[in-house]
Design a protein around this ligand. Structure first.
Ligand code: CMC
Length: 444
């Protein structure tokens, strides 16, 4: 694989600067302030160590920008989420998932012809290699679907790694299309495997969400008719989960990719990071929590527990690192939950009622108000997914399926930058200082 040229960091030429002063020595240094299109400007500290001899310490990245990106913008105070300048509300209402995928990958909404060609390319890649089928048999039937996804998506790299030149834009594009195309197939196979039913092959005459539902809920013994309401709800959920700038899993994908790893392995690393209950795993936990609460009369007890610092219990589906007003995805999903359940003829859904009551009580509670904790995307999604027939263990898999579009778009953007340097954070060492080695016969 040829090495990429020009690996030196680019320095910003900025008119605005920020001055750091060392109070002990009185020395001061100026660093450029760089503006984006929207959002807070950043202080470019890439030369900080070289100039001052200090690193910065920001373990959970609360104040650190890791890259420049043109894909997604979030204003957490205003509750705004935009992809390439289009609001999430408008995209959810007017676009299909594949249009949003195109937008994220290429920068603009597709024309009719572009969408036609893109759809053709995606459908061309929906099947997985027959050998992949054998991988599933190695897993226990009761394995968590996310565990299987970590394995089988990582296994894709075994099929494409040797022939893949990540410096070739065309090959990067095909890899992106392959991933977007194959994720529904793998996700559906994971579900089918868990219930002991035969895998369903993709059908390229169906839309992206329709095909996924047919692979999950169809059986070879009879024709499967996709309910358009289900397909529509699924599309919406996919769009709402497509990308969310530099969250934990996306940052994981970028960091993995920065070492020039192949994109299939990078996406597998994103899946592992997404799985945790603080991130994508929260959607499964929300339903578990609602069931545990069981009845409106028990809400105060659980609110009390969520506020108790000695109790590990947290209100799942509540809170967000960036959104401090509301999560616009949760707003869309709350409305959607009502619509979907109504359309499906489920007019009395105790879980939805419980969720709404929990939201109301929490939003009036000083603890949640003071900390600006609001329902996030995971709070309502599980209610819809369960109504569509998915078991709770599949919820995070569906998140991963949709987020693959964001992950691979972010990876593609990173690879298109003129410079690619391996990501390598530093640390503040707090272990023992250098000390003499103790021979075995002298150790206590
Ligand atoms: N229930 C109770 N208290 C909470 C919650 C919660 N869900 N979330 C945050 N807090 C408290 C937290 O204890 C802290 O209180 P204090 O200042 O007294 O120590 C304060 O609010 C700030 O929280 P934090 O943990 O410093 O915030 P963070 O930005 O590090 O974490 C979070 C964000 C999403 C991980 C967290 O809010 C959380 O664990 N929420 C529940 C899990 C969840 O719903 N995750 C899905 C996130 S959205 C989708 C996605 O990213 O995949």
């Amino acid at each position: 694989m040829p090495a990429k040229k020009n690996t030196a960091p680019q320095k910003e030429t900025a008119e605005k600067t920020f001055t750091f002063t060392n109070d002990q020595t009185g020395e001061s240094w100026q660093f450029p302030i760089v503006d984006g299109t929207a959002g807070p400007s950043v202080i470019d500290i890439r030369t900080l160590y070289e100039n001052t001899g200090h690193f910065t310490l920001d373990p959970s990245f609360t104040a650190t920008g890791s890259c420049k990106s043109r894909l997604t913008f979030i204003d957490g105070d205003e509750g705004i989420l935009m992809h390439r300048g289009y609001s999430i509300e408008e995209l959810t209402e007017k676009s299909t998932f594949l249009e949003v995928a195109y937008l994220l990958l290429y920068g603009d909404l597709p024309s009719k012809n572009e969408l036609h060609d893109f759809t053709k390319s995606i459908t061309y890649h929906t099947m997985v290699h027959e050998q992949i089928h054998l991988f599933f048999r190695g897993f226990r039937r009761d394995a968590h679907p996310m565990a299987i996804m970590c394995g089988v998506v990582g296994a894709l790299s075994a099929f494409y790694h040797d022939s893949l030149d990540i410096w070739d834009p065309k090959q990067r594009e095909i890899s992106a299309h392959r991933l977007i195309a194959k994720m529904p197939t793998l996700a559906a196979m994971t579900y089918k495997y868990s219930i002991g039913q035969p895998f369903m092959y993709p059908r390229n005459d169906l839309g992206y969400a329709e095909n996924f539902l047919q692979m999950c809920f169809g059986v070879p013994a009879e024709p499967y008719k996709v309910n358009p309401l289900h397909a529509n709800a699924m599309e919406k959920i996919f769009i709402l989960h497509a990308d969310h700038e530099q969250n934990a899993s996306t940052s994981t994908v970028r960091l993995a990719g920065s070492s020039q790893a192949n994109p299939f392995a990078c996406i597998a690393s994103g899946i592992t990071s997404l799985w945790g209950p603080s991130h994508g795993g929260a959607n499964q936990e929300v339903l578990k929590m609602l069931e545990q609460i069981g009845h409106k009369k028990n809400i105060p007890e659980f609110i009390k527990r969520a506020k108790d610092k000695d109790d590990p219990f947290r209100l799942m589906g509540f809170g967000h690192r960036v959104y401090k007003n509301y999560d616009p995805r949760a707003q869309v999903l709350r409305a959607s939950a009502h619509e979907v359940l109504h359309d499906l003829g489920i007019n009395d859904n105790p879980l939805l009622e419980l969720a709404m009551e929990l939201e109301k009580i929490a939003l009036e509670d000083k603890y949640f108000v003071d900390r600006k904790l609001f329902p996030n995307v995971d709070f309502y999604s599980g209610i819809i997914l369960r109504a569509l027939g998915f078991p709770d263990t599949m919820f995070t898999v569906l998140f991963a399926l949709a987020r693959t579009v964001g992950w691979i778009s972010q990876w593609k953007e990173m690879m298109e930058e003129p410079t690619l340097r391996i990501g390598r954070p530093r640390q503040l060492y707090t272990g023992p200082a250098e000390r003499p080695y103790i021979p075995m016969n002298k150790r206590k």
